[in-house]
Design a protein around this ligand. Structure first.
Ligand code: FEO
Ligand code: CA
Ligand code: CA
Length: 697
């Protein structure tokens, strides 16, 4: 062994190739245990949050649940960069080789795109490489720690500080968009930073002062980044701009304004904000969406994990079933607002779990949290303009057996950007109730298709607010918007298999819902919309609005029942021959190209089908409908996030989140993205979450 721990680490990576991971898989066989612990506070191993009795398609008698009993209201009232050399990657096996576990035949894409490719072969889960199709290459645009401003130091993993991190690109990239200016040669890149991994960002320590200093680094490393990008001409790769006029970091200390009916309510007041209108920070920023008026929406997802959690009331238990006295970041030890047991801050968790909106064009603007869109573990929000000009946002609540929502604005989109900035502050919130059209006895839990050949049916959007006021008996408007999960329980919403990204296809208006998996889907609760017991590989639902985009009725069918067809015989790919598709598991984020093809990124393939996560193209029309083809694979232990498909530009972008998640500081399991020297002090041997662009070599 060398005296240099990083050199030894590189050796150990090679030794670990194709070896079992050093850390046990998640108890339920999905993500790494460390990912579950850091990212979602072990949501899948804790007791279920949703203990409501509204099952599947049964019409739940809207029994007048006692508001006080339901909410547990006590006497107190309120419940309480261009970087490095471009790397050319060949597939690990010959492209174009048909067969299960291989790639489909060369793909003739519908007109409109310019990204022809031969699907890559699936990549073994222990391979630490980003793999793109033959003829393509990739390059990071910006990595964790890259300076956004010239007064920030060059990233040094051994000399991190809160002040430096607040001026550098954040950690664990998720939602991504690249919004080009009219010239096509400049633009802004916006990216979420979902959470931190102390075990690979730092060497071990037990020193309280150092732990606190690191806590402040985590606060600065989370949130969002806005950074200007530039290129020589359209169709060429982007580079980021240090000191760009629009460059901005949003962190756990940035002030947000609460908007909508719950702003100013008792449910969101704290000692530090007695008016209930101003919140410091955003947490668990996962997926998101870009609005037609050019702002960025970001979903506050697993916010509960940042609080010493009080699970004293049903309302609190509905967002995390168990109490806790400490967190992974340790903020609660010195910042009282992260201790929900503290009477002064019992409402602080009620100030997270929203859709936040930022204006990437104005770095001085105050970002906002929209209470009208409800409070839950928001994966993200994607907006489309309805036929009458109102805007509709589709949103998933990523928890086992939680729900699908949509928001319809009160006002119509206009030519005034200033007015459009208020569209998401006023409107009505709906939750989905699905019905199947096949006999219950034909839904066996195996994923076998019913006799009519489709998992399909109809559904209703059930109002939680109407004309901006509560539509749920026993709930005030503020209660609907803060304790949204309880309100949705009360109207009998359909329990879903972890709703992740949900996005309307801009070409057709049809809506695509990624349901990532659900270890808690039992044989007793399978239904036609969630038809697989223990749903290990996840599925994708295609939803068609039948009374207009803002209407309250829809039809639906399952587009994909994911899995490796060689292992899961009942996997389903829109009727396409399954022996020709790429294996896919745990769909998470969705996107569309200019031709209206669906692209899906995954989070959970390694421990479910044995391959690294990836990005997949799925045509939706004609003979190619359901032909899943893998475009890229991310490195070891990473999740593929934020896909952006600029096919007319010949560019695909992904955020590579948590590469090498299962490693340690001294012994990383990934060297992405630089794969460089292991000389002492050289950070190129540390895994760094990054935004990557893929283009023709
Ligand atoms: Fe952060 Fe639901 O994925
Ligand atoms: Ca059916
Ligand atoms: Ca996600």
């Amino acid at each position: 062994m060398s005296a240099d721990p990083r050199r030894n680490a590189a050796v150990s990576i090679i030794e670990n190739f194709r070896r079992p991971l050093p850390i046990a898989d998640h108890a339920r066989g999905k993500r790494l245990a460390v990912t579950c612990q850091l990212k979602c506070a072990n949501a899948c191993t804790n007791p279920e949050c949703n203990t409501s009795s509204n099952q599947t398609f049964q019409e739940v008698a809207s029994a007048a649940l006692s508001r006080r009993a339901l909410l547990g209201l006590g006497a107190a009232g309120a419940v309480a960069l261009a970087v490095g050399a471009a790397r050319s990657q060949a597939p690990l096996s010959a492209p174009g080789s048909a067969g299960v576990g291989g790639a489909g035949a060369a793909f003739g894409r519908p007109a409109g795109g310019s990204l022809p490719f031969d699907a890559i072969a699936p990549v073994n889960r222990y391979v630490d490489d980003l793999v793109v199709p033959s003829g393509y290459t990739w390059q990071p645009i910006i990595r964790w720690g890259d300076p956004l401003f010239s007064n920030a130091p060059v990233f040094d993993i051994d000399a991190q500080s809160p002040a430096a991190q607040a001026l550098q690109f954040g950690y664990n990239s998720d939602y991504l968009d690249i919004v080009a200016d009219p010239s096509g040669k400049t633009g802004v890149l916006v990216n979420n930073h979902e959470y931190c991994n102390p075990g690979i960002m730092f060497p071990p320590t037990t020193d309280p002062a150092e732990l606190r200093r690191r806590g402040d680094i985590f606060k600065a490393a989370q949130g969002m980044s806005v950074v200007e990008v530039t290129r020589r001409r359209t169709g060429t790769p982007w580079s980021y701009v240090v000191d760009g006029k629009r460059n901005r970091r949003i962190t756990v200390e940035t002030v947000f304004e609460l908007t909508g009916p719950a702003a100013g309510s008792d449910l969101v007041k704290t000692a530090a904000d007695p008016e209930g209108r101003w919140v410091r920070g955003t947490l668990g920023n996962c997926a998101g969406g870009t609005t037609p008026w050019g702002t960025i929406l970001s979903g506050e997802e697993n916010f509960n994990g940042y609080f010493a959690w009080a699970a004293d009331t049903p309302a609190q238990k509905r967002y995390q079933s168990t109490s806790s006295t400490s967190t992974e970041t340790g903020w609660e030890k010195y910042d009282p607002r992260f201790d929900a047991h503290n009477p002064d801050y019992v409402n602080e968790p009620n100030r997270f779990g929203y859709i936040v909106e930022i204006d990437p064009q104005d770095p001085t603007s105050t970002p906002r949290k929209h209470t009208a869109m409800g409070r839950f573990k928001h994966e993200g929000a994607n907006v489309i303009v309805a036929e009458d000009g109102r805007v509709v946002a589709y949103m998933g609540d990523d928890e086992r057996n939680d729900y699908l929502y949509k928001f319809v604005s009160k006002n119509r989109i206009s030519g005034s950007r200033k007015k459009n900035l208020d569209l998401l502050s006023e409107g009505d919130l709906y939750v989905a109730k699905f019905r199947g059209n096949s006999p219950v006895g034909e839904i066996t839990g195996t994923g076998a298709l019913p006799a009519d050949g489709l998992f399909d049916g109809s559904g209703d959007w059930v109002a939680l607010t109407r004309n901006g006021e509560s539509a749920v008996p026993g709930f005030t408007t503020e209660e609907v918007l803060v304790h949204t999960r309880l309100a949705a329980d009360a109207v009998g919403a359909t329990k879903m298999d972890r709703p992740e990204d949900v996005e309307p296809n801009p070409r057709t208006g049809k809506v695509y819902l990624a349901l990532t998996n659900n270890s808690a889907r039992s044989a007793a609760t399978v239904d036609e919309t969630n038809p697989v017991t223990g749903n290990r590989y996840g599925h994708v639902v295609e939803l068609t609005e039948t009374a207009g985009q803002a209407g309250t009725t829809f039809g639906w069918s399952i587009l994909l029942l994911c899995g490796d067809p060689a292992v899961f015989a009942n996997s389903y790919f829109g009727g396409f021959p399954k022996e020709l598709v790429s294996p896919i598991s745990c769909p998470d984020n969705v996107a569309f190209d200019s031709a209206g093809n669906l692209w899906i990124s995954t989070d959970g393939a390694p421990s479910t089908i044995g391959y690294n996560d990836g990005l997949f193209l799925v045509p939706l029309e004609g003979a190619e409908r359901g032909h899943v083809q893998q475009f890229l694979a991310v490195p070891r232990e990473a999740e593929t996030c934020g896909p952006v498909i600029h096919d007319r530009d010949g560019l695909v972008f992904v955020a590579v989140q948590h590469p090498g998640e299962g490693g340690t500081f001294a012994a990383p399991t990934s060297l992405f993205p630089d794969y460089g020297s292991t000389a002492p002090g050289d950070v190129s041997s540390a895994p760094r979450p990054a935004v990557v662009q893929v283009y023709r070599a």
